[in-house]
Design a binder for this molecule. Structure first.
Ligand SMILES: Cc1cc2nc3c(=O)[nH]c(=O)nc-3n(C[C@H](O)[C@H](O)[C@H](O)COP(=O)(O)OP(=O)(O)OC[C@H]3O[C@@H](n4cnc5c(N)ncnc54)[C@H](O)[C@@H]3O)c2cc1C
Length: 305
């Protein structure tokens, strides 16, 4: 491998400037994924926007985010929580599930071992653009938004739209993910489950994240997000609207109706899957079980907020 140059900008302005003066350079946040790429294929590979995860003619330049304090802040406001892109998963988990929404807290604990979580950052995880990344599904249910900064412009985009397809983000060349903003909601039930194995062809990882507001056995509001590598990240507003206003436990008719609608929703998810039939069936049947289990047990669930 040829010589590697490492830059360590000391603030965001310097970072943007260095990143733009070094076309093809690679941002190094926690480095857990970057190091994997370096070890398997050498430098010269990076993720950037629509180039399908591979930068042509990339230089052997790494830009470390470790000294950029603006990307390492966690700010709590009345209406939202804001997390800098270079905050590690362990730091986020350390704030506790009273401040960090419980679904995100739970999703984070499902990423690798503690040693990985203490190095890997939330921004690095999102920019890796893995559709089965558990925090991604949680953030979609929370309707989080992310800030993208480039030299000429900055913009906020819903996290739901950030990943275009597996391995591809909305980032254009030399744009940086700077902050993740998570609005607080009035949820008193939060549910997050992952099942399957990351990378397994037959039992792929599937994530389900649900937020609900329950009052006197009536479902006042609900958001359901499901995600996995082959199906992408999906929310179905029609299914959510069907449930809003329902009394629990569901009557037999409503239960059957929900089961039918869930079937239609999952058929849609199946269509997205271009992989094997086995994977299709495993993913959708797992999701069906998780969602029915949630609805059947909702009334018994711990009220967390
Ligand atoms: C041992 C091990 C176990 C793992 N287990 C799991 C698991 O169980 N589940 C799971 O989902 N994942 C798992 N992973 C993958 C892990 O989630 C990713 O490696 C990690 O999230 C990447 O974060 P990072 O901060 O290390 O990113 P980096 O490796 O620093 O960066 C990743 C990519 O994002 C780019 N990037 C980083 N920050 C920014 C930014 N602010 N703006 C623009 N681009 C940026 C980098 O240039 C690079 O292309 C595992 C990894 C390891 C090594």
């Amino acid at each position: 491998m040829s010589e590697v140059n490492v830059y360590k900008p000391e603030n965001l302005r310097e970072l943007i400037s260095v990143y733009n003066s070094q076309p093809g350079s690679i941002l190094f946040a926690g480095g857990t994924r970057v190091m994997l790429d370096v070890n398997t294929s050498g430098l010269g590979k990076g993720y950037s926007g629509k180039s399908k995860g591979v930068l042509q003619n990339a230089s052997n330049v790494l830009i470390s985010l470790e000294k950029v304090d603006e990307l390492k802040r966690i700010i709590r406001r009345e209406r939202y929580l804001e997390i800098g892109s270079a905050v590690t998963l362990q730091q986020i988990a350390g704030i506790g599930s009273r401040v960090v929404p419980a679904v995100l807290h739970r999703a984070i604990s499902g990423v690798g071992y503690k040693s990985v979580r203490s190095t890997a950052t939330l921004g690095g995880g999102l920019c890796t653009a893995s559709l089965d990344y558990p925090p991604l599904t949680a953030l979609v249910s929370l309707e989080a938004r992310i800030e993208i900064r480039g030299k000429a412009r900055s913009r906020w985009v819903p996290v739901e739209d950030f990943i275009v397809e597996e391995g591809v983000t909305q980032l254009a060349v030399n744009e940086i993910l700077t902050r993740i903003r998570i609005p607080y909601g009035n949820w008193n039930v939060q549910y997050f489950r992952s099942t399957g194995v990351k990378g397994s062809p037959s039992f792929p990882l599937v994530n389900v994240s649900i937020l609900a507001r329950l009052s006197k056995n009536t479902l006042e509001d609900i958001r359901i997000a499901v995600g996995g590598e082959s199906i992408g990240i999906i929310r179905n507003r029609k299914l959510e609207m069907f449930l809003v206003g329902m009394r629990l436990p569901l009557s037999l008719n409503d239960h059957n109706d929900f089961y039918r609608r869930l079937g239609d929703f999952l058929a849609l998810a199946e269509e997205r899957d271009t992989e094997t039939q086995l994977k299709n069936r495993y993913v959708t049947s797992t999701m069906r079980k998780m969602l029915m289990n949630f609805i059947d047990n909702l009334i018994l669930m711990e009220i967390v907020g």
